[in-house]
Design a protein around this ligand. Sequence first.
Ligand code: NAP
Length: 233
Amino acid sequence: MKPNFIKIEELWRVASNGATMVKARRAMGLMGGTFNPIHYGHLVAAEAARDAFNLEQVIFIPSGQPPHKSGFYVADPEHRYLMTFLAIVSNQRFELSRVEIDRSGPSYTYDTVAYFHALDPSVDWYFITGADAILDIVTWRNPDSIFRHARLIAASRPGYSLQKIHELERQLGTEPLTRIHPLEVPALAISSSQIRARLREGLSIKYLVPEAVEHYIAKNDVYAVLKGSTAPS
Ligand code: NAP
């Protein structure tokens, strides 16, 4: 019987001094999101993905101009970038990229994964984001290119029906679906929209976001525009 803990396609066979050594492929995570603001759910999801998929590092990529956002307030990209920096700085396995912040125009994921794939095509790249965001992937620009260059990790809240992900098969076909990996993350009960709603109502966000992020929001009045507003947060 074949051992099921080594997937041969994920290994390189390297001949060395006549012996055959087996070297695992490197795997890295790309954590995409608007992070408006970043919260503990995002951090726990990134760490859970790192563990589950043996990722060397997870690179957080705050979107510059999110392509699908309308109808609610999105904080300035530099504020979202700095809040993400404050949230991840103490984890040696977390990194931060400005690639989408510095790119003009909408932040398309296919551009981002192609960029990282070109940096090192020998790495298995995993794009991590919310399961609900991935459900819309057929409406994203160039989804075929995303699947060519990366696998996707769909982080979901507890009780989320994975049936929704399976239904994507009709639109995408079978092969791309094998490249989407669902991951249930209980801490994703926290959401950015809930945090913005609390800020609008003047409620505490303590223990929902890292302390440094809480202080940054207060000191810079990042979501001041929401206070007392009746518009969707
Ligand atoms: P969104 O629609 O605001 O989020 C949908 C759900 O996913 C929300 O519940 C959200 O929770 C959650 N979520 C978002 N990012 C997450 C993450 N990294 N980990 C866990 N949960 C996450 O999604 P978005 O932030 O705008 O977009 C997510 C990613 O998809 C971004 O990288 C974006 O650039 C990409 N995207 C690309 C295209 C395109 O290429 N055309 C279109 C849309 C999105 P929170 O609100 O709590 O984060």
